[in-house]
Each structure stands twice: as C-alpha cells, then as structure tokens.
Design a protein around this ligand. Sequence first.
Ligand SMILES: NC(=O)c1ccc[n+]([C@@H]2O[C@H](COP(=O)([O-])OP(=O)(O)OC[C@H]3O[C@@H](n4cnc5c(N)ncnc54)[C@H](O)[C@@H]3O)[C@@H](O)[C@H]2O)c1
Length: 251
Amino acid sequence: MTRSDLLKRLAGKTAIVTAAGQGIGRAIAERLAEEGALVHASDLDAGLLSGLDAASAEKLDATDHAAVKTYFDRFERIDVLVHAVGYVHQGTIEECSPKDWQRSVDITLTSAYNVLGAAVSKMKANGGSIVTIGSVASSTKGFPKRAAYGAAKGGVIGLTKAMAADYIKEGIRCNSICPGTVSSPSLQQRIEDLAQTMGSKEDAYRFFIDRQPAGRFGTPEEIAAFCAFLVSDEGSFVNGQAINVDGGITI
Ligand SMILES: NC(=O)c1ccc[n+]([C@@H]2O[C@H](COP(=O)([O-])OP(=O)(O)OC[C@H]3O[C@@H](n4cnc5c(N)ncnc54)[C@H](O)[C@@H]3O)[C@@H](O)[C@H]2O)c1
C-alpha cells in the first residue's frame, strides 16, 4: 500500500499554493494534491510549473496587488492557502542597499499581505487553514548575513499571528512553518554566490551545513509532509503558531 492510499486527508478541499514552481512550494503543491486536494498552483515563473499535477497552474507575481486580487476573485471558496513566496538577500545591514531592502520586503512580506488579504474573505463562510512559509531566520533566531531576510520573515510571522487572532472566531487557522536550511534550487544558488566572496564552493557549503546540528539539509518533502498534517483536520487545534521544522537548528 502506498502513502497516497493511506492518506487522503484533503479530499474535497480547494488549496492554493504560491511559489509552487520549485523547492518547498512545489513539494507542498504535489503533496496536497496527493492527499486529495484540488490544487491551484502559481509562480512568478510559469515555466517552472510544467509537469505539476494541479487543477490550475499559472503565472502570478505575488508582489502585484492588483494581479493577486484578480487571481483570487475567481474562487468562491478556498479551504487551504499556502504562501511560499520569499527571497533571500545575503548580507549584513551595511551590505544591504535601500534597493536590496525594498526587494526583500516586497517579495517576502508585501506578497504575504497581498495574498493572505485576498484569500481570507473566501474562507470566512466555511473556515479554512492558512500557512505561511516563514523561516527560523526571523524573529526566531539571528543568523549572519540575513539582516533584510530576517526582518522580512519576522514580519511574515507577525502577520500570520495577527491574522490568527483576527479570524479564529471564523474558523480560520493561521500558522507559519519555519524551516531550517532546506535543499532547493535557490539554496544551490546562494552557495554559488557565497563561494564568490568566500573563495571556494566547499567553504560556502560549510557555512550552511555547519549551522545544521543534524549535519544535513532538510528536504522540501519533509516540509511538505508537515504542511499536509497542519492544514488537514489532524492539525485542527494548532493555531497562531510559528513552528520550526529545522533539523534542530534552534535547539
Ligand atoms: N530553502 C531554504 O533553506 C529555506 C529555509 C527557510 C525558509 N525558506 C522559505 O521557503 C520558501 C521557498 O523557498 P525555496 O528555497 O524552497 O524555493 P526557491 O527559492 O528555490 O524558489 C522560490 C520560488 O518562488 C518564486 N517566486 C519568486 N518571486 C515570486 C513572486 N514575486 N511571486 C510568485 N512567485 C515568486 C520563484 O519563481 C521560485 O519558483 C521561501 O519563502 C523561502 O524564504 C526556504
């Protein structure tokens, strides 16, 4: 018997997943579909969505307030929303230009304002579950060279908790999953970029792996498995939490 025979916890649910083209977002879209949800996937890069088993898969720039509103207008009912859009600027505050700062806030935090704001009205009648992909690099823990990223992800956690308080009476749960370092295309790029300043790819890889007490990176599938539990009825008493799924980085 396969896992999908055992778990159909989201049968009959409509789920929206942003940044579903690669990495954590894609693994979540695939897992929610496997669990029986009707998944509507989007990403800034529509080409990355090809091959995804989804009810719809299309381009959406989550930083574009008007485009996000138009995208959500078509849904009568949303049961699950997973917002996975984020961008990592690597640098201290001195290495972060006003442009870097604005880009970080726009992609990571303003996108959450746009998407969660557009989706919540579609959940009010029947309740639902919202998950933001936060990070342990946030209000949870400080990491070197994560000034703008940590600030923006701290904002995502704050927004998620505020919404949990605002909508608990309407049966809408809002939680943030905060991963440790997870192997994804953008992590590979960050290792390449850091190698330029550190001198070698080995040193850059060490910079990341040394943060992980488990001695390895997480996988997108490990984050997706936890997300599927959280948005399903099995997670029904978890609300307003920022939950670290981090291989022990915050022990
Ligand atoms: N990988 C990690 O180690 C890690 C750790 C903690 C948190 N996170 C968070 O998890 C999420 C996914 O990260 P990842 O590393 O798995 O994926 P990734 O960075 O490899 O991919 C990000 C995806 O987001 C899309 N995207 C970028 N800007 C967008 C926009 N404006 N609108 C819509 N889509 C946009 C990209 O096209 C891409 O498909 C992010 O929020 C990230 O900050 C990642």
